[in-house]
Structures are given as C-alpha cells and as structure tokens.
Design a protein around this ligand. Structure first.
Ligand SMILES: Nc1nc2c(c(=O)[nH]1)N[C@H]1C(S)=C(S)[C@@H](COP(=O)(O)OP(=O)(O)OC[C@H]3O[C@@H](n4cnc5c(=O)[nH]c(N)nc54)[C@H](O)[C@@H]3O)O[C@H]1N2
Ligand SMILES: Nc1nc2c(c(=O)[nH]1)N[C@H]1C(S)=C(S)[C@@H](COP(=O)(O)OP(=O)(O)OC[C@H]3O[C@@H](n4cnc5c(=O)[nH]c(N)nc54)[C@H](O)[C@@H]3O)O[C@H]1N2
Ligand code: SF4
Ligand SMILES: [Mo]
Length: 691
C-alpha cells in the first residue's frame, strides 16, 4: 500500500498532506518504522513545500502519540463540563448515540446541529460522509463563517470567486504589500517567496496594527489602527487618481463602476485617512507612490483584515487596487487572499445535498453558537437545539463571547457528542467523546487556499488505540439509523474513505493515479488569472460596483465602516484589543504539545509601555483584562509590538490553561461583519488593570 521504497528494510516513507487550516498545505513525508511514525518532514519534491515544515507540524508525531490522546470512546459520568468520563465500547456508544439522535429526529430533526470547522481541511474527513449523514437526517445546516466568509464574500462580489495570484510568482514581484498577515508565523511558504523577491531587490511593506516578526523584516511598516484598512485603501485610490497612476485601458475594458468608485475615492484625501487610521499622512502618500509607479506590484492580503465590522468592505476596497493600476497584467502583480476556488472539488458528489429531498432545514450561524444554544429557537426560527455533534472544531475555546458558549454547552438538557483527538475545552462538555484518527492514520484529499496544487494523504500508520476516522464514524452512525429508517441503508453510506477520495475531484482535471504515484498534482491554470480580465462575476468584470450587493440592500460600493466597538479614552473600555494567531499554535490546536507550549510561554497581553505605565503595570505582571462581557487573567508583555491604545492577546489558548479558566474569547462579542455573517474578533474594546 505504501508508496516509496523502504529504506534499509525497516523504515518506510509515506506521502501525505498537512491537514491544518493554513494557506501553505504542505506535502508531508512520514517515516514509519515497525508501524510507528517516527518523523514527519516536508516533501522536497513538492515545489511549494520545498522540504520545509513549520515548527508545529514538525512535531506531528509528538502530537499523535501524545500521552493524553483520547483512545477509546468516553461517556460522561460527572456533571456537564466537569471533564469526568468513563471508557465505553464503540458499540455501546454508537448504539446510544444513534438511539438518541433517532428519537429527536422523529420529532424535530432541526433540533440536531452538526458543528465542524477546519481541524482538518480534508475533503473526506471534513465534508463528505458527515454531510450525507446530516442531510439524510434533515438536521439544521451550519453556516461555516468563523474564519473567512467576510473576505470570501468580498472576493465573490469583486472578482467572482476566491481567486488570485499564484503564490510562486511573488518571487518575481518588485513590490510586495503584506496586508493583515503575519506571514512568518502563519504563511511561512509564501514568506520564502517574498524573501526571494527581497534578495532580488523588491520592496516589502507590511500593513498591520501589530509590529509582527514579519513587520520587523519588511522595509516599511504601516502600523494602523485595527479595522481601518478600507480608509487606507480609499486614500491610496485617491492618490492613484490624483497622480493618474491608472491603467485606463484596463479600467475601461475589465472593470465595472469606475465613475462611482472614483467619486467615492476622491472623498478620501490622505489627510482624512491618516486621521482615521492613526498614520502619518506622508506614509500613506509614499505607499501610494510606490504602489502606483511599480509595475510588478503584488498584495498578499490575509484574513486579519476582515475580522472587524467593516471587514468585507475593506477586502473589497483593497481588491479594487490592482484593477486600477492594471497590476493584474503581469503574473507577478495582483493580489492573493485565497485561491481556493481553483480546486475542482466535486462537493455535491461528496455531500449529496439531494438527500434533503424537499426539506429545507434552517441554517444556524456557527459564529453565534453562544446565542444559538441559549435562545428558544436556536437563534433562528424552529426548535431549541437539543443535540450537537462537534468534530474538527473546538468552539468552547474559539467561538466569540465564551461565557455564553460555555453556558450553552453546559445545558444539562443538551446532548453533545464530540469527536476529537484530545480533551479540549469542548470535549470537557460532551456527553460522549469519540476518538478520531489523526492525519497519519487516515485517507484524505486536500486542496489549498494559498497555492494551487492538490494533494493526497495516505495513512502512514494504523489508527492508534480505538480511533476511527470521521468518515467511518458517520458511516457507522448511518448503519445504526438504518435499523429505523431504510434511507440510511443506501449504498452511498457504505463508501469507504478511499472511495470518497476517488469521488472528491473532477477526474478530467486531476488524475487520481498521479496522486497515488507522487502525492500531489498541479492544476492547469493560467499564470496570471486576470491579465485579460475574465473575472467570474456576472458582468465578467472586476466589480467595483456590485449589483448583487445592491439587490441585497447592501452598499454596492466599497466604503469604510467604523468598528462596532471604538475605544473611547473617556469611556470604561479605552483600549482596543486584537487576538491574532500565535506562531507555535494553529488556532487552539498544538496548545497541549509541550515543546510548542514552551515556545509560547503563557497567555500574554501585549501592551504599549505608556498604557502599562498609566495603569502601574510592569512587564510580566499578572493583569485583569475585562469588559462588560467578562474578565480574562494573563500576564502583561511590554515587548514593543503594539501601538498606544491597542492591546494584543495572541491566541488561542485553551480556557483551562488560563489563570482564571478563560481565554481571550471571554472578551470578544458576537456582532457580525458587514459581509459574510462572520465574527469580528479584532473589533473589541477592553480595560486592563493590575491583578
Ligand atoms: N502559526 C499559525 N498559523 C496559522 C494560524 C495559527 O493560528 N497559527 N491560523 C491559520 C488560520 S485559521 C488562518 S484563517 C490563517 C490566516 O489567518 P490570519 O488571521 O490572517 O492570521 P495572520 O497571518 O497571523 O494575520 C493576522 C494579522 O493581521 C493583523 N491584524 C489584526 N487586525 C488587523 C486590521 O484591522 N488590519 C490589518 N491590516 N491587520 C490586522 C494581526 O496583527 C496579525 O498580524 O492563518 C493560518 N495559519
Ligand atoms: N479570539 C480569536 N478567536 C478566533 C480566531 C482569532 O484569531 N482570535 N481565529 C478564528 C479562526 S480564523 C478560526 S479558523 C477558528 C478555528 O477554530 P477551529 O476550527 O475550531 O480550530 P482549532 O481550534 O484548531 O480546533 C480544531 C480541532 O479539531 C480537532 N481535529 C483535528 N483533526 C481532526 C480530525 O481528523 N477529526 C476530528 N474529529 N477532529 C480533528 C483538533 O484536535 C482540534 O481540537 O477560530 C477562530 N477564533
Ligand atoms: S501548518 Fe502550514 S506551514 Fe505548517 S506544515 Fe501545515 S501547511 Fe505547512
Ligand atoms: Mo481561520
């Protein structure tokens, strides 16, 4: 079964793919000795991976064989949330879960809610048999908005889809704007291309409220206030217009709504944006000059910009820039936020939405799960949520306004199943915890949102303990349901994980045999996606003005929308707070891997020395971070990385590791973004005091 020849007769190398929610989607090589994975490396044959992995996934064997891995099904034996469980057999667990779900489904199938996100990004373990199961059941649908939907919808309304520059061509750019991205921490393999460009003489400019390690390595850093990027983009347009750094031919042939956008941008002189963004006027003027006068100008935008109220508009405004200058004409110019729409995934074949028949279940937004669990109608029309099946996600730690999420998960009348590797904050609140396989133990297919290759993940080792893959667990649950409902006996509930891999991609575009042979395949795509226009919008143009947004009653032109919560120096919560990713964690994954946890130290709040001094707080002091929603205890770090008025709590620690059993999401709220119904994690105000 395994792929490459064995080394020295005892070690085998197995090709795989990194499953994590990271734009890099690395190709993995796992060394297996006597059935045990001893080492995980980057596959040197895969160009984007180039034999290099981040510090996190280099520790994948340590995570897989972790002493705290859940290895058998567990049933709750203490009060909800106590974390007290007793091992049970798979049969006992699945029989009981099947019966409980069946009983609810007979009355009110929409009272059952699946909750999953990107613990694995795999098409099979992330969005195949699970969807078939819940579609057949008629369960509530989940709106998966917690990460990227504001920016994603912005791209759809501007370019027609999540499409952009191909990452390898950043190496040829002359100017790279790294906008809302800590690339060294979160997008390492892009950073390698940016460094190649830098060695070749390119200018690197970082736009980020935090002085990240990426900002340290750029030539220029615009340290703006969070949530003000649209104002900056509009001022850049103002300068492009005033200096006529425009590609009039590209605008005329490939864009829609230029006159209206021009009028709006002319209302944003750099002085006005400087005021809103908290930046020097000259820095904005200079950035516009560099952007407007450099031919191969590229923007690496990341999701950091869209976690505030106006995040969708900000992405739309920024996405207009390369169409104004015609940067798209060159493959080393343009913009990349996500290129995931290039993947020829056959999601309908994998998920079978037709199993819903005539039923149209309600949709619950995962970002407001706190409210949804507490409100009578699940936060929408229909019944109260009675059962939750959580997999590939740790909502008790990662969803906003934790106090409400915890209160919801603690409901004694809620039946909760969590499929996990570890006893996360969410698993602690389960009625049943089911042990899941890791990436080293199951099959999967992966696209990427940061490059344009497709990867196959083969199992390198047998599942440890009694772990089963997500797909297998849903197959077996379907078999339990089939006893009462013959629809669950249909042949598609018997497809194996490997069958699902074969169904996942359009065979006309990806040769499965090639995936088996080499582990990855390049998609056949043009080098420069929009060199000749060809946007996937209804008009075929880059839509500055969106008729589709207008039809929804939304401002059709990109605009600056102030944050939900603006720090008021005279008010009770005078500091803005952002909580971006920690370099050694992947959201809340890896928090329990000791070497990575040691590298992060402990939960910290970065503060500006002036803000700390005004509160009598010294470096390393225990502080109380609080607002009307709650309080989080952690240690102050005066490391020079924030601006005055801004505090930064790098995430996402497990709540149970917090000094008072909380993490930063104790402070975030459930207000949504302008587009995409997403959380606005980085649009939050707090006060800090010595504890
Ligand atoms: N090491 C590591 N890598 C990760 C993750 C992780 O947790 N750890 N998470 C993964 C996930 S889920 C995702 S979605 C991706 C991308 O996730 P992103 O959220 O894009 O993560 P970052 O690249 O760290 O970029 C966020 C940057 O945006 C900055 N920022 C915050 N607010 C604003 C703002 O209003 N404007 C601007 N311009 N910048 C702002 C932050 O200071 C931070 O440096 O990364 C993935 N990669
Ligand atoms: N304050 C704040 N909150 C945030 C963010 C932030 O920047 N600040 N970022 C947000 C973003 S961008 C995102 S994407 C979300 C991420 O939120 P989640 O998608 O919940 O990501 P993780 O916290 O990594 O949790 C994933 C879980 O899936 C499990 N898992 C992994 N593989 C498998 C598998 O094969 N099977 C099963 N059953 N389980 C598996 C892991 O053990 C892990 O516990 O968090 C969001 N929350
Ligand atoms: S987390 Fe990202 S950088 Fe690390 S191995 Fe996975 S894809 Fe590569
Ligand atoms: Mo994310």
């Amino acid at each position: 079964m395994s792929s490459l020849p064995s080394l020295s007769g005892i070690a085998t190398l197995v090709r795989g793919a990194c499953p994590h929610d990271c734009p890099d989607t690395c190709a993995l090589l796992t060394t297996v000795v006597d059935g045990v994975a001893t080492k995980v490396q980057g596959n040197p044959a895969h160009p984007q991976t180039d034999g290099v992995l981040c510090a996190k996934v280099s520790k994948y064997p340590e995570r897989t064989y972790h002493a705290e891995r859940v290895l058998t099904p567990l049933k709750r034996c203490g009060p909800k949330g106590s974390g007290r469980f007793t091992p049970v057999s798979w049969d006992a667990a699945l029989d009981d879960i099947g019966a409980r779900l069946q009983a609810i489904a007979q009355r009110a199938p929409e009272a059952i809610l699946p909750y999953s996100y990107a613990g694995t990004m795999g098409l099979v373990q992330g969005e195949s048999m699970d969807r078939r199961f819940f579609h057949q059941l008629g369960a509530s649908l989940l709106d998966r908005t917690i990460c990227a939907s504001a920016g994603g919808e912005a791209l759809v309304h501007t370019y027609g889809g999540k499409l952009g520059m191909r990452v390898q061509f950043f190496a040829e750019s002359r100017l790279i704007i790294i906008w809302g991205s800590n690339s060294i921490g979160s997008n390492l393999h892009f950073w390698r291309y940016a460094q190649a460009a830098k060695r070749d003489g390119a200018r690197l400019i970082c736009i980020d409220p935090r002085k990240t390690e990426t900002a340290d390595k750029c030539h220029e850093h615009l340290q703006l206030r969070p949530g003000t990027d649209a104002a900056l983009a509009l001022a850049l347009m103002h300068e492009l217009i005033r200096n006529d750094w425009l590609d009039h031919d590209y605008i005329a042939r490939h864009t829609l709504g230029w006159e209206a956008l021009r009028e709006r941008a002319l209302q944003w002189p750099p002085e006005r944006a400087a005021e809103v963004c908290g930046l020097p006027v000259q820095q904005i003027v200079e950035l516009a000059r560099e952007y407007g006068t450099t031919e191969r100008a590229a923007i690496r935008l990341n999701y950091g910009v869209q976690r505030a109220r106006g995040g969708g508009n900000a992405v739309r405004a920024i996405a207009c820039l390369p169409a104004l200058t015609g940067a798209w004409r060159h493959r080393a110019g343009g913009l990349l936020l996500s290129s995931s729409a290039a993947l020829p995934a056959r999601r309908a074949a994998l998920q079978k939405p037709e199993l819903l028949g005539a039923r149209r279940p309600r949709t619950i937004n995962m970002s407001t799960i706190g409210n949804a669990l507490l409100e009578p109608g699940g936060g929408a029309f229909g019944p109260r949520i009675e059962a939750l099946v959580v997999y590939n996600s740790n909502p008790v730690a990662v969803a906003p306004e934790s106090a409400k999420v915890v209160q919801g998960f603690a409901r004694e009348d809620l039946f909760t199943v969590v499929i996990e590797h570890f006893m996360t904050d969410t698993a602690d609140h389960a009625d049943y915890v089911l042990p899941a396989t890791t990436q080293l133990e199951h099959w999967d297919i992966h696209g990427s949102y940061g490059h344009t290759d497709v990867l196959l993940n083969r199992p390198a080792v047998a599942p440890w303990g009694e772990a089963r893959s997500n797909a297998q667990i849903f197959r077996e649950l379907a078999a339990r349901m089939a006893v009462h409902d013959a629809a669950f006996a249909a042949p598609w509930f018997a497809d194996s994980d490997e069958d699902l891999c074969r169904q996942a991609l359009d065979p006309a575009q990806v040769d499965f045999q090639q995936l088996l042979d080499t582990g990855f395949a390049h998609l056949r795509l043009p080098d420069a996606p929009f060199a000749e226009g060809g946007f996937a919008t209804p008009s075929g143009k880059c839509e500055f003005h969106s008729a589709r947004l207008e039809a929804q009653g939304i401002n059709p032109l990109p605009d600056y929308l102030p944050n939900h919560e603006l720090p008021d120096p005279q008010g009770p919560y005078p500091l803005a707070m952002i909580s971006p990713p920690a370099r050694n964690f992947l959201n809340s994954t890896f928090v329990n891997v000791q070497k990575l946890r040691n590298a992060e130290g402990r939960p910290l709040l970065e503060m500006h020395p002036d803000d700390a001094a005004a509160r009598g707080i010294e470096d390393g002091a225990l502080v109380r971070v609080f607002n009307a929603r709650g309080e989080h205890l952690c240690h102050a770090s005066l490391n020079g990385r924030t601006r005055a008025g801004l505090v930064v709590g790098l995430g996402i620690w497990w709540r149970k590791d917090g000094a008072n059993g909380t993490n930063v999401n104790e402070l975030t709220h459930q207000h949504l973004t302008d587009l995409g119904r997403a959380p606005s994690f980085y649009d939050c105000t707090v006060e800090v005091a010595a504890a």
